[in-house]
Design a protein around this ligand. Structure first.
Ligand code: E4P
Length: 226
């Protein structure tokens, strides 16, 4: 399962990558707005910052097929040819996904709230589909189940499309999707950090260190590392 960072702050991205080799960065227009800077320039900087085999996903805002294609071509030229263009699944979006796929562009279908939206996007040629897990949960639906259903549908129909589950508020949602075998998840830094955080681990580490230090004290003069 690929694990991506859903954020656009350069310092955050750098500090996360220093600790762990993530699989890429996803953004949306709201995430970019939080950085209060030229979004295209920022996306270029993110592309430069992350390893060349890491993915970069950025979203179009047009609501017509022509507009989506124009924006996609602009981003591919200005940022990177192999980046993933995120297209919301509307009627115009589905047509754009189909046309972009014909050009060989990597597409992530986004703003997905139903399994059938994802299925149609996969058939149109999207490489990834992004169901919004936490937003679904907040609507009284089961976000993990929707994402798992999409994953199963892709496998049953032998489609070359994977779930890139998005919109998480806690590590439990990520764990539940990991158990279902989805292809990828993208989450904000606080959720990613929570994936490995456990106070008991910290306490155990501290106790082991104290025990070892007291042993050194006990058998002074012996190099315990040999
Ligand atoms: C990713 O494709 C989505 O844009 C993003 O994860 C939405 O997350 P949010 O529901 O926390 O805004």
């Amino acid at each position: 399962m690929l694990v991506l960072i859903d954020h656009a702050n350069l310092k955050e991205i750098e500090s996360l990558y220093e600790a762990y080799p993530y699989d890429g960065v996803t953004t949306n227009p709201s995430i970019l707005r939080n950085e209060h800077t030229n979004p295209i320039k920022l996306l270029k900087e993110i592309r430069k910052l992350i390893p060349s085999d890491s993915q970069l996903h950025a979203q179009v805002i047009s609501d017509t097929t022509e507009g989506i294609l124009e924006e996609a071509h602009f981003m591919l030229d200005a940022i990177a040819e192999d980046m993933f263009i995120k297209v919301p699944v509307s009627a115009a979006g589905l047509k754009a996904i189909h046309l972009l796929k014909k050009e060989g562009v990597n597409v992530t279908a986004t703003a997905i709230y139903t399994a059938m939206q994802a299925f149609m996007a996969g058939k149109a040629g999207a490489r990834y589909t992004a169901p919004y897990v936490n937003r679904l949960d907040n609507m009284g639906a089961d976000g993990v189940q929707v994402a798992a259903d999409i994953h199963n549908m892709f496998r049953i129909h032998n489609m070359e499309c994977d779930v890139l589950a998005a919109s998480f508020k806690n590590s439990q949602q990520v764990l539940n999707l990991c158990k279902k075998g989805v292809g990828a998840v993208t989450a904000a830094p606080e959720v990613l950090r929570a994936l490995i955080k456990h106070d008991a681990t910290f306490t155990a580490e501290e106790n082991f260190e104290n025990d070892y230090l007291s042993l050194i004290e006990e058998v002074k003069g012996i190099n315990l590392k040999r």
